[in-house]
Design a protein around this ligand. Structure first.
Ligand code: MG
Length: 203
């Protein structure tokens, strides 16, 4: 399986990193070794001094597809959850400056935290899903999919033009503003529609 991550899908986050708004979805991949689940602790790697949390809604693909039309894209995912796209911001800044790929900043082990998933039937409107991340009990990121630049369906249509999506693939759909560095001892708790979906510690 593969993990597809969308960048710059919330205007307020693009702005906080001084990035222009994209005219098409920006995406990159993480390998399956990036997954960290079941609220296992995240061990802060020593290759970065600036690992940021990016709280995101995550889709689970339920059917293989290529060149999926946007109007049918909702048939290709069956579960929605939330997770964290951990990013080594210092390494990413170097990569951006040199025009290099982002893998060392984005695809490292345990950089894709997954929380609990819920069936899509639990959600009335995919364009109105609230989510938030608390760190040590204080809210750091609040988002709503109503603020996404590209909808779930638009993302699936775009990505599947280039890469076949397969059952079990995951799509991280972008983060709202409020990203910050984590440090050992931090406790990260994620919520989707006010339901707690993960709770883990940085060590
Ligand atoms: Mg992200």
């Amino acid at each position: 399986m593969k993990i597809v991550c969308i960048g710059r899908n919330y205007a307020d986050h693009a702005k906080e990193l001084n990035n222009p708004l994209p005219s098409a979805p920006v995406f990159f991949l993480k390998p399956d070794t990036a997954i960290l689940k079941d609220s296992a602790p995240f061990y802060h790697p020593d290759f970065s001094n600036d690992i940021h949390h990016e709280m995101e809604i995550v889709l689970r693909i339920s059917k293989a597809g290529k060149h999926i039309e946007e109007q049918f894209a909702n048939r290709y995912f069956d579960q929605i959850g939330a997770g964290i796209d951990f990013t080594a911001r210092d390494l990413q800044a170097e990569c951006k400056e040199k025009g290099l790929p982002w893998e060392i900043a984005k695809a490292f082990d345990h950089s894709a935290v997954l929380g609990h998933f819920y069936p899509t039937s639990d959600f009335e409107d995919f364009k109105n899903i609230d989510f938030r991340l608390d760190v040590n009990g204080e809210t750091r990121q609040i988002g709503s999919t109503s603020d996404m630049i590209f909808s779930f369906e638009a993302i699936i249509a775009y990505v599947s033009k280039f890469i076949t999506l397969k059952t079990g693939d995951l799509i991280f759909t972008g983060t709202p503003a409020g990203v910050q560095a984590v440090k050992p001892g931090d406790k990260l708790t994620g919520y989707i529609c006010n339901k707690q979906c993960f709770d883990f510690e940085v060590r």
